[in-house]
Design a protein around this ligand. Structure first.
Ligand code: UDP
Ligand code: MG
Length: 209
């Protein structure tokens, strides 16, 4: 662990189309936050496109970038958790590669973290751009989830969040074979803070679904 360092953790599966753009936006955000150093840790989750080649390329020009390349596609949850083992930051921001999570929110996350929150998660205000089917399945999913678990799971939140080192260590302690991270974030407790964001305010470059 390194004090003053923030890790941006990016699970990436076949993201060749968007990686340069993502890097550009992350770079801008990181450069605007002078109080911390940044590490961009990409997890190549067995991509079959040029994701790995692009990562190798940008890692050569920017020493804040590192990557882990998994031997096959394990799924986002596993990729993310593999990344937590390598993250050196005092805080870790988990963000999707496809720019559905606006990187600019990281500034607010860091500010709340400085105020003492351990888990600052971004929640979408609207689900515009999604089909009725996606909205319906999402709603049903959370309804069902509410019935089967006593742990509250925050609705409409993905994994876009900043976690303090304390949370990372707690998550690493949970070594189940099938970890369910949305529940885990909740289960480990700590001081949580929600940030609402409007998808429409940020330019969405690509939808993966
Ligand atoms: N991802 C991954 N492994 C997978 C599927 C997805 O690492 O097997 C990554 C993907 O590159 C993206 C994030 O996880 O950065 C979210 O994936 P996706 O956009 O497909 O999910 P959704 O937007 O539907 O939640
Ligand atoms: Mg997506």
């Amino acid at each position: 662990m390194m004090n003053g360092l923030i890790t941006i953790l990016i699970p990436s599966y076949n993201e060749e189309e968007v990686l340069y753009k993502l890097y550009e936006r992350l770079n801008e955000v990181a450069n605007s936050i002078h109080r911390y150093q940044f590490e961009f840790l990409f997890i190549n989750d067995g991509s079959t496109d040029n994701t790995l080649q692009i990562l190798q390329c940008i890692a050569e020009i920017d020493n804040r970038i590192s990557y882990i390349s998994l031997s096959r596609n394990f799924g986002k949850e596993a990729a993310m958790l593999a990344g937590l083992d390598y993250a050196k930051g005092q805080a870790v921001v988990i963000i999707d590669a496809d720019l559905q999570d606006p990187p600019e929110i990281i500034e607010d996350m860091v500010r709340f973290w400085e105020e003492g929150y351990d888990d600052v998660y971004a929640k979408r205000r609207s689900r515009t751009g999604e089909t009725w089917l996606k909205k319906w399945t999402s709603k049903s999913y959370y309804n069902l989830l509410g019935k089967v678990t006593k742990i509250p799971v925050q609705e409409n939140t993905g994994d876009f969040r900043l976690l303090d080192r304390r949370c990372i260590e707690a998550l690493k302690q949970i070594r189940e074979t099938h970890r369910y991270t949305k529940g885990m974030f909740s289960w480990i407790g700590f001081n949580k803070k929600e940030i609402l964001f409007d998808r429409d305010l940020f330019k969405i470059d690509r939808f993966s679904n």
